[in-house]
Design a protein around this ligand. Structure first.
Ligand SMILES: Nc1ncnc2c1ncn2[C@@H]1O[C@H](COP(=O)(O)OP(=O)(O)OP(=O)(O)O)[C@@H](O)[C@H]1O
Ligand SMILES: [Mg+2]
Length: 307
């Protein structure tokens, strides 16, 4: 997976290379308020090299867009903010239905038709003198790794690191492991390929005891990654085709009885069933809705079947 530069700093990027099927095809460059896409000469001259997009025919060679925006084709490669809000809202609702703790959340649309997702912060609680801040650390932090390593740890390292920190903070290691396995199994189910070392966290609850935070950043990444995005972190060497037996064995290796994991998986499988047909509510184009429903149904079978 790509580590994107800080979005704030992306505003300062003046030039970017454009690749078509892995081949260098041209450049996007800022020119005052305009952004110009220029085909590379060699690419343009090669009659076998396809145009980058329908709206970017090679014969023109240069395309200028004004007002600081990229040509529409490039803008269309990015998921829209509103769409992302709807997707995440859907999967937070689904996770809650599956018995996974999530923060309170709500979709809202303003009078200009802009949709946003409001999510309650789990690192803040009302206190006597105003808002009280709770300590929170993600897996990279407890493992003393920098954010850039968020894809370079294993899922079991993340889970063990956080669960041991919970235990050191007077909390239950076992329920922490189980909770994180549920988040991971749910992520697998929905095709969330971005469960990395900064997407699992623990916090010090108001009473002082440490626990896993409600789940966050839960959404499917499949439609954006060719429908074959594996898990971001592998679980005991596997990042795909995670059948039931794999989860049960992982649980035991992590010190949780297989029967506890068994109950969690049953609960998730059962509760997830009616959500498969509901993916249409997200509003993807029909083809994507069908593929996503099929993917979730297939993975649900994986969670159900021993191997
Ligand atoms: N409800 C919440 N309360 C408090 N902190 C939160 C909450 N949701 C997310 N966070 C914190 O904010 C960080 C960013 O949130 P989130 O993971 O949803 O964003 P993101 O931009 O998708 O991140 P990335 O793409 O790097 O995974 C999280 O890593 C977590 O530490
Ligand atoms: Mg995140």
């Amino acid at each position: 997976m790509v580590a994107w530069p800080d979005p704030e700093r992306m505003r300062d990027i003046a030039e970017a290379d454009v690749y078509k099927s892995g081949r260098f095809a041209g450049t996007l460059r800022r020119e005052r308020d305009d952004i110009v896409f220029r085909y590379a000469e060699a690419y343009r001259a090669d009659t076998d090299a396809p145009q980058v997009a329908f709206t970017l025919p090679k014969r023109n060679g240069i395309f200028r867009s004004t007002g600081g925006s990229v040509p529409a084709f490039f803008a269309g490669l990015l998921p829209e903010g509103a769409r992302l809000a709807v997707i995440e809202n859907f999967f937070l609702d689904m996770a809650a239905a599956c018995g996974i703790r999530v923060p309170d959340h709500r979709l809202a649309t303003d009078r200009n038709g802009q949709t946003a997702l409001f999510v309650e912060r789990f690192d803040r609680v009302p206190g006597p003198g105003g808002v009280r801040r709770l300590a929170q650390e993600d897996a990279c932090q407890v493992l003393d790794r920098y954010p850039a390593s968020k894809y370079r740890i294993s899922l079991q390292e993340a889970i063990i690191g956080l669960a041991e920190a919970v235990q050191a903070g007077a909390g239950s290691r076992r329920s922490a492991v189980l909770h994180m396995l549920e988040i991971a199994a749910f992520s697998y189910l929905i095709g969330n390929g971005d469960l990395h070392g900064k997407n699992l966290s623990i916090r010090q609850a108001p009473g002082g005891i440490w626990e896993v935070t409600p789940a966050y950043d839960l959404l499917t990444t499949q439609p954006y990654l060719s429908w074959k995005d594996p898990m971001a972190l592998s679980l005991f060497g596997r990042n795909n085709k995670l059948h039931r037996r794999w989860w049960l064995e992982a649980a035991e290796r992590l010190g949780v009885p297989a029967r506890a994991c068994d109950r969690s998986l049953n609960r998730i499988i059962e509760a997830a069933e009616p959500w498969i047909d509901r993916v249409i509510e997200i509003g993807f184009e029909e083809e994507w809705s069908k593929r996503l429903a099929a993917l979730i149904a297939e993975r649900r079978d994986h969670l159900r079947q021993p191997s």
